[in-house]
Each structure stands twice: as C-alpha cells, then as structure tokens.
Design a protein around this ligand. Structure first.
Ligand SMILES: *Cc1c(COP(=O)(O)O)cnc(C)c1O
Length: 362
C-alpha cells in the first residue's frame, strides 16, 4: 500500500538535510579525503560538545565501539562483564569478542532496563565492567551501577541526546551506534565512543587505528575501525537537527500515550521524564505475533526489539542458560511490540496506528 505507515521514514529525515549532505559529499569527493578526513575530526569535536564530554572517538560501527571501549577498560580473557539479557545481541557480542565472559542479568519489570539489584549480585572479583543499555532511548539506572565498583560502560546506541543531570555520559565511558535507524543515523555503518577520560579516549583511538599513533609503528594489535569521512558528513548535518528531532519524538510519544489510553489489553510504556529520547515506542500486547501480522495487513509496519533475549540465542548457548533463567526478559520478549516512531511521523499516521490497534484488540 502506498500509504502504509512505515516503521521508520529515513527518506523524510534525509529530506531535511539533503542540501547539507550533498554539499559535504562534494567537498569530500573534491578532496578525496575518504579516510580520516577533516569532517571526521570536526564531527568528533561537535559530538563531544553535544554530549557534554571531553572526548569523542569515531569507530566503524556501534559493536566495534563497544568492543574498543571494553578493551580500553581492560576487559579480556579471565574477566567478566555484567550486562542485561534484554538487549540487542551486539552488547553481548562485543563482550565475547573482547574475550571476556558475558554475565547476564534480568530486566526489571516496567521499564525493562537492567535491574540494578541483580547487577549488584552479579558483580564479582573478576568483573571488568558493568554495561547498562539505555534501551528504547530510556536511561538505565547508571547511578546505582556506578557505586558497585567496576567501571560503567554505557551502551548508548539507542539514546543519542538523552541527558541525565546535565550530562549524556554518567559512567566512565559510553559507546554509541549511528546505524541508519538510530536517533542519529548515518547512511551506512558508523559508531563512536565518548568519555571524559583522556586516557581511555587515547586507548580507544590507538586500538581502532591498527594499534598505531605514528604511521607504521604499531604498539598493540588493534583493529581497523575508524569513522568513515562520508558518514561523518551525514552525521554532522543530522547532529544539527538531533535536539529538534528528539523533541518531535517526545511529542509523538505523548500523542501515542493519549491515543492508546483506551485500547483494551494494551500496556503502554511507563511514563518517563524529559531525558527519554524515544528511539522506540514499545507497547505490550497479548498474542503479539498475531497483532503484528494484522497491523501489517492494515498497513501499519511494526518491529520487535527483541523477540529472543540474549541468553536464549544459539550463539550464547555456551553460557549454559535456558528458558526460565531471566523471567522478566522472557515474558517481555513475547509481548513487546515497537510501533512506528520517527520525528516526522504525522498526527494522521498516529491516528491510523491507534485505530488499527483498537480494531484488532477492541
Ligand atoms: C544498534 C545497537 C548496537 C550495535 O550497533 P551497530 O552499529 O549496529 O554495530 C549495540 N547495542 C544496541 C543496544 C543497539 O541498539
């Protein structure tokens, strides 16, 4: 259907930055500055300022950014990293790839973020880091986690622009993803690490650039994981819109809240303060797969973030978990449904979403 309500509308976002992006691409093409061009350093400066921290280091994608940050914190063989079971697989993947053991903990009911009491119980003498995930754009309880001892690495892939006590990074370091559908999305893969620590920033930069500070001298075995110059152009253009886009997401979330109040059986996301940047608007419904299929038939595109928690993924079978180990995450996985959410969503589109849900569940 031509007038389907899309889950995200990347074309509508592009339309707002088209001129800036094209002018930037022309500039890069003319200079052929494809790797580590001036736009990369400029974006890193601008994103650090936007985030309220001293340092930003670009990376090839968010998963690498997490792994680079973990390695900078000393996570590796013989260490453990505490993280939620209810997250995108990349959080656990980065831990495993760094050589550390993922120690999963359940979500807390309601907001489905990492439960700080369970995280406290999971911290031990070998814990190299605790990794809260600001899932759906809602800030996880970093404060209590920071008191546990090990450094906190925030997985901020879904929370660009979310501010707590005037800062975007409350832990030692945060990693983010600029995957196209994120609140700040590139036109391909990209990511970054942000921190106030000059030492951690230098370690991440060294690891991400072949372990090298000086050309052809390699201090450690590193990666090739740098932010692409063309992606930096896109990110600079979009960064200038991000605060406005996040406000529009919040307005759309408030509208959904009103529109969905009387839909039988639907549980809306719990209320949130202005720090929530609404990367996703996730409701809970009974018979979720059937509801999603019927919404699709009515022209409403949805997603599920995520249908299978990390501990039940075949890739993490070796951790020895099974069904029942993380009951909150498992119960949520069967009921969660992400509704269309993007800054340009119209009131009319949201009415169609609510109308379709009422028709199915009413
Ligand atoms: C998107 C995402 C990542 C991974 O980012 P990529 O850029 O796709 O590698 C990690 N964690 C969370 C929570 C994400 O949503």
């Amino acid at each position: 259907m031509p007038d389907d309500v899309p889950f995200v509308d990347l074309a509508a976002a592009h339309a707002e930055v088209d001129r800036q992006v094209r002018a930037g691409f022309d500039r890069v093409l003319a200079a052929t500055a494809f790797v580590q061009g001036p736009d990369v350093a400029a974006f890193e400066r601008e994103y650090a300022r936007f985030t309220g921290v001293a340092h930003c280091v670009g990376a090839a994608n968010g998963t690498d950014a997490l792994e680079l940050a973990l390695r900078a914190l000393g996570a590796g063989p013989g260490t453990e990293v505490v993280l939620p079971a209810n997250t995108f697989v990349a959080t656990a993947e980065a831990v495993a790839r760094a050589g550390a053991r993922p120690v999963l903990v359940d979500a807390r009911p309601g907001d489905l973020l990492i439960d700080p009491a369970l995280a406290a119980a999971a911290v031990g003498p070998d814990t190299a880091a605790v990794v809260p995930v600001h899932l759906y754009g809602r800030l996880a309880p970093v404060g209590p986690l920071a008191e546990l001892g090990p450094p906190v690495l925030e997985d901020a892939a879904q929370s660009q622009g979310a501010v707590l006590d005037g800062r975007m990074v409350a832990g030692a370091i945060a990693a983010t993803s600029f995957y196209p559908g994120k609140n700040l999305g590139a036109y391909g893969d990209a990511g970054a690490v942000v921190t106030d620590s000059a030492e951690l920033a230098a370690a991440v930069r060294l690891l991400g650039d072949h372990g090298s500070e000086r050309k052809y001298r390699h201090e450690v075995v590193g990666f090739n994981s740098r932010l692409d110059t063309l992606q930096a152009v896109v990110l600079r253009a979009k960064l200038s819109r991000l605060a406005d886009w996040n406000e529009r997401r919040a307005a759309a979330a408030a509208r959904y809240h009103d529109l969905l109040a009387d839909v039988p059986g639907l549980v809306p996301p719990p209320p949130a303060g202005p720090e929530h940047v609404w990367h996703l608007y996730v409701v809970q419904v009974p018979r979720r797969d059937e509801v999603a299929t019927r919404l699709g038939e009515l022209g409403v595109r949805t997603g599920v973030h995520y249908p299978v928690p990390v501990h039940l993924q075949p890739a993490f079978r070796h951790l020895g978990h099974g069904p029942g180990d993380f009951p909150v995450a498992e119960a949520a996985a069967a009921r969660i449904l992400s509704l269309p959410m993007f800054p340009q969503i119209t009131e009319e589109q949201q009415h169609r979403v609510a109308g379709a849900l009422r028709k199915i569940l009413g």
